[in-house]
Write a protein that binds this ligand. Structure first.
Ligand SMILES: Nc1ncnc2c1ncn2[C@@H]1O[C@H](COP(=O)(O)OP(=O)(O)OP(=O)(O)O)[C@@H](O)[C@H]1O
Ligand SMILES: [Mg+2]
Length: 318
């Protein structure tokens, strides 16, 4: 039977305890590994700052906001300054996932109207002060006429010239679909992370979005395959990551397993990557953040036979 291993191209060493054998998948409890922050080096920031990255998908509900929150906080934990922009106008929920909903007093719309300063609209995270959230508008509100990509370009320029200094990353949580909200969200970006699930509807939308991103001049597009279930892939009930990669022809930033902890953390407003001990999905998001910093990617490889030694890290190719 076919089985799947994901082999990261980076060759980092996990900090493994000197205790006996590592626990077997899927029992995360006895793990001594706390996060990829314990790897033996810090990632090196590639490219010019600010790196303006749009998290997009086409299809709704595939995990864009989850990815923005978890990658954003992972980057902050790695020591980079991050501004996350919730560009999902009307249906914003990044503030909820981050547990910051009560702290959003002003939005970009008020900044543009001259009702407040930009720094008043930036909400600092409770846990990581180098992570800030910026919402475009109030929930269920409509965008003012004339608000578009140029407004976001102005915003990124304003962030660059702040007294505190230019952020390392500006991450934009894009709305679903390919209409005006999508066009606005992608305009200031120079790289994109395309989130997809391994199903045909999500892939079709992802392919369409890839074409639109390329038309807009965004050439650096990497994908995250979310909600992957190895048991279903083995049973040939789910497309493999390799199939997804072949269909979309994009570099792979990360593979995130289906994990009930994602839903629990969403409801608690406590991003998964902060969980102790870490869950499989949390570690996968941290690894994806690491690759994003270094503009690196990973490989998905099909192997013909089940590997004999199947430890917890086999999911990551470790
Ligand atoms: N790896 C995962 N395992 C389990 N549940 C997940 C996973 N990723 C996302 N989810 C769940 O899927 C749902 C949708 O996620 P999310 O809101 O991040 O998607 P989205 O693409 O931002 O949606 P929208 O298009 O509406 O903005 C949430 O309930 C989230 O908890
Ligand atoms: Mg969303």
């Amino acid at each position: 039977m076919l089985s799947l291993r994901f082999l990261p191209s980076t060759n980092f060493q996990f900090h493994t305890p000197k205790t006996p054998k590592p626990p077997r998948f899927p029992t995360p409890k006895p793990l001594a590994v706390r996060s990829v922050l314990q790897w033996n080096r810090k990632p090196e920031l590639a490219g010019e700052t600010p790196r303006v990255v749009v998290i997009t998908s086409g299809k709704g509900g595939v995990g864009k906001t989850t990815t923005t929150a978890n990658i954003g906080l992972s980057l902050a934990r790695l020591g980079f300054s991050v501004v996350a922009i919730d560009a999902d106008v009307g249906l914003r929920n990044l503030d909820l996932l981050l547990g910051l909903e009560n702290r959003v007093n002003y939005t970009v719309v008020e900044v543009l109207n001259g009702d407040c300063r930009l720094d008043q609209a930036l909400v600092r995270d409770k846990r990581w002060s180098n992570f800030e959230l910026l919402c475009i508008s109030k929930p269920r509100s409509k965008l003012p006429i004339g608000f578009g990509g140029k407004a976001l370009i102005w915003l990124v320029d304003a962030l660059k010239s702040r007294q505190e200094g230019c952020p390392d990353f500006v991450i934009i949580d894009c709305p679903a679909g390919i209409d005006a909200g999508f066009i606005t969200a992608i305009t200031p970006a120079n790289e994109a992370v395309l989130v997809t699930t391994p199903d045909i509807t999500s892939l079709r939308d992802a392919d369409r979005v890839t074409g639109l991103l390329e038309c807009d001049g965004i050439r650096d597009i990497k994908m995250i395959v979310n909600r992957v279930r190895t048991d279903m892939i083995k049973g040939e009930d789910m497309m493999s990551v390799l199939d997804v990669q072949e269909m979309l022809g994009l570099a792979l930033l990360g593979v995130i397993p289906e994990d009930s902890e994602v839903i629990r953390s969403t409801n608690r407003g406590y991003p998964l990557v902060l969980n102790k001990p870490p869950t499989l999905a949390g570690l996968a998001f941290e690894q994806a953040a690491w690759r994003l910093v270094e503009q690196d990617s990973m490989k998905a490889v099909m192997v013909e036979e089940e590997p004999k030694k199947k430890g917890f890290f086999s999911f990551f190719g470790g």
